[in-house]
Design a binder for this molecule. Structure first.
Ligand SMILES: Nc1ncnc2c1ncn2[C@@H]1O[C@H](COP(=O)(O)OP(=O)(O)OP(=O)(O)O)[C@@H](O)[C@H]1O
Ligand SMILES: [Mg+2]
Length: 265
C-alpha cells in the first residue's frame, strides 16, 4: 500500500547534459502564504504554462509586471520546483533581474566568476573575461568595484558573467532594462551577433515588445497573474532585423494587442 508521500505525483524536472532545448509543460507554481502579506493566502504565480525552445533558439517572454516571468526563469534554472507539470532542459544559468554582483570583487573578477568556479586559473579567467569587456564598452573599468559603476555598466558585467558560465541554456531576466536607448540598441545587436557566432538557447524576459520581436525566434505572451500563455508568435524573418521592417512592426502590434486583450480579461 503506497503511503501518501509515495503516491503523490512527483513533478518532473529533468536536466539533460546534451543539447540545449527546453520543454516546459503545464507548469503551475504558487508561493506559500506569508505572514508578511495581509491576506496570508498563497500567491499563484503561474497557471499551466507550457513553452518550447529548440536548441539554439531565442524564446522571448513578455507579460505584465507581476505575472510570474521571473518565477518562470527561477523554475527553469532549478532555483524553485514546480507544484505540478514538468520541465525538461539542459543545464541553465540565470541572469537575475537585479545584478547581484559581489561588492568586494572587481568588475573583471565578477565577470570571470563562473570561469574561476569552473576551475580556470585567475589569469586565464581574467584574460577571457577581458576580451569581452572591451567588446561591451567596459574597457578601463576592469578594476572598478561594482559601487563605482553605473547601473547600465553593472548590468553589462552581470550579463558577461552569465555568458561566460558556458551553460547551454541562458535565462536572461530583463538583461537590458537599465540601459539607455542607445546602449540598449548596441547590446541587442551585440547579443544577436554573439549568438550567431556561438549559438546558445536563450529565454529572454523583457517588458520591451520591440526587443522581443527584434531578437526572438518565438515570442510568448503571458497574461496577468497567474501567468497563462495568451499567445505564441513565430518569427521567421532574417536577422539582423530592423525596427522599421514591416514584419517587425506588424508582430510588435500583434503582441501589444494580445497584451491589451489579456489585460482586459
Ligand atoms: N519570493 C516570493 N515570495 C512570495 N511571493 C512572491 C515572491 N516572488 C514573487 N512573488 C509574487 O509572485 C508574483 C510573480 O512575481 P514575479 O517576480 O515572477 O513577476 P514578474 O512577471 O517577474 O514581474 P516584473 O515584470 O515586475 O519583474 C507576484 O505577485 C509576486 O508578488
Ligand atoms: Mg521579474
Amino acid at each position: 500500500m503506497p503511503t501518501e508521500l509515495q503516491s503523490r505525483k512527483r513533478p518532473l524536472v529533468r536536466r539533460r547534459a546534451d543539447g540545449g532545448s527546453l520543454a516546459v509543460e503545464q507548469v503551475c507554481f504558487s508561493y506559500p502564504p506569508s505572514h508578511a502579506r495581509r491576506d496570508a493566502d498563497a500567491v499563484q504565480a503561474l497557471d499551466a504554462v507550457s513553452l518550447l525552445a529548440g536548441a539554439g533558439e531565442l524564446l522571448a517572454v513578455v507579460g505584465p509586471s507581476g505575472c510570474g516571468k521571473s518565477t518562470l526563469l527561477e523554475l527553469i534554472c532549478g532555483l524553485r520546483e514546480p507544484d505540478s507539470g514538468s520541465i525538461d532542459c539542459a543545464p541553465a544559468v540565470l541572469m537575475p533581474q537585479r545584478d547581484l554582483l559581489l561588492p568586494w570583487l572587481s568588475a573583471l573578477d565578477n565577470a570571470a566568476l563562473a570561469l574561476r568556479i569552473a576551475g580556470l586559473s585567475r589569469g586565464q579567467a581574467r584574460e577571457r573575461a577581458n576580451a569581452l569587456f572591451v567588446e561591451l564598452g567596459l574597457d578601463g573599468f576592469q578594476r572598478a568595484r561594482p559601487r563605482e559603476l553605473s547601473g547600465g555598466m553593472r548590468q553589462r558585467v552581470a550579463f558577461l558573467r552569465t555568458l561566460l558560465s558556458g551553460k547551454p541554456l541562458l535565462c536572461l531576466d530583463e538583461p537590458f532594462g537599465a540601459l539607455d536607448a542607445i546602449t540598449r540598441g548596441e547590446m541587442q545587436e551585440w547579443l544577436g551577433a554573439s549568438l550567431a557566432r556561438e549559438p546558445r538557447t536563450v529565454v529572454l524576459v523583457t517588458h520591451d515588445v520591440e526587443e522581443a520581436v527584434l531578437l526572438a525566434d518565438r515570442v510568448v505572451v503571458l497574461s496577468r497573474r497567474p501567468g497563462r500563455v495568451l499567445a505564441e508568435l513565430e518569427i521567421d524573418g532574417e536577422r539582423p532585423r530592423s525596427r522599421t521592417d514591416p514584419e517587425v512592426v506588424a508582430l510588435r502590434g500583434r503582441a501589444l494587442e494580445e497584451l491589451a486583450i489579456g489585460g482586459r480579461t
